[in-house]
Design a protein around this ligand. Structure first.
Ligand code: ADP
Ligand code: MG
Ligand code: MG
Length: 204
């Protein structure tokens, strides 16, 4: 069950994880992009965690809307508006809910993925975070329970590592084309961490 408290705990845990691995994500992005993915994500989710920790929220919709606005106002890179879109879709899906079960979690993740696809216009196999969000959303939709969420985490992690062998056709890495092969997509790695921290926060 995802509650207001576990969502706040998730945002804080994800922000802390991004701060811890900021240099690793920047380094990946440095190889195939502009070297700021860790910095962007850590700044964005730290801003979001501070705003959500200090606020009181009537429902998950209001909380997710606050996260979206924090990301939009603090991240300049592509990942800011993409994650803001995901959280706006969560907000719409969980409007007036103080807690959501696994079925509603699956609906929200599916809606977020749809939002990411609409905003970024990327398909699976283009070496973007879509490569991770797609199998994760599929796994949780197929089994909307704790096992399904654990399966989503494991598929997300495998998909993130598998982006190493893909030649990018979207995002900055697409400028390198075939030369982007051999490096994991930074946004896919941070997305796998997203599902890991989400599953841990829900498990409590
Ligand atoms: P920027 O590329 O503007 O510097 P970041 O470095 O923060 O932004 O984020 C880069 C990540 O964003 C990539 O690793 C990729 O996963 C994701 N990304 C980039 N373009 C797209 C897109 N069109 N659709 C989905 N995800 C994308
Ligand atoms: Mg970048
Ligand atoms: Mg940038």
């Amino acid at each position: 069950m995802l509650t207001i408290e576990s969502m706040q705990a998730f945002i804080e845990a994800y922000a802390a994880r991004l701060e811890e691995l900021c240099a690793v994500l920047d380094d990946l992005d440095n190889r195939i992009g502009d070297g700021d993915h860790g910095t962007n994500m850590a700044r964005g989710f730290r801003t979001a965690a501070d705003r959500t920790a200090s606020g009181t929220f009537q429902d998950l919709g209001a909380l997710c809307q606050t996260v979206a606005m924090a990301l939009l106002s603090s991240v300049g890179g592509a990942s800011g508006p993409l994650y803001a879109t995901a959280f706006m879709r969560f907000a719409q899906s969980w409007n007036v809910c103080t807690h959501v079960d696994y079925a509603k979690l699956a609906t929200g993740v599916a809606a977020a993925l749809e939002g990411l696809r609409a905003r970024g216009k990327a398909e699976v196999g283009e070496k973007t975070m879509i490569d991770v969000w797609t199998p994760a959303a599929d796994a949780i939709a197929a089994h909307p329970d704790e096992t399904g969420l654990r399966e989503a985490v494991s598929r997300a992690t495998n998909a993130a590592l598998a982006t190493r062998d893909i030649a990018a056709t979207k995002g900055r890495a697409a400028y390198l084309g075939a030369r982007s092969v051999g490096t994991c997509d930074p946004g896919s790695i941070s997305s796998a961490m997203f599902f890991e921290e989400l599953a841990d926060a829900i498990a409590g």
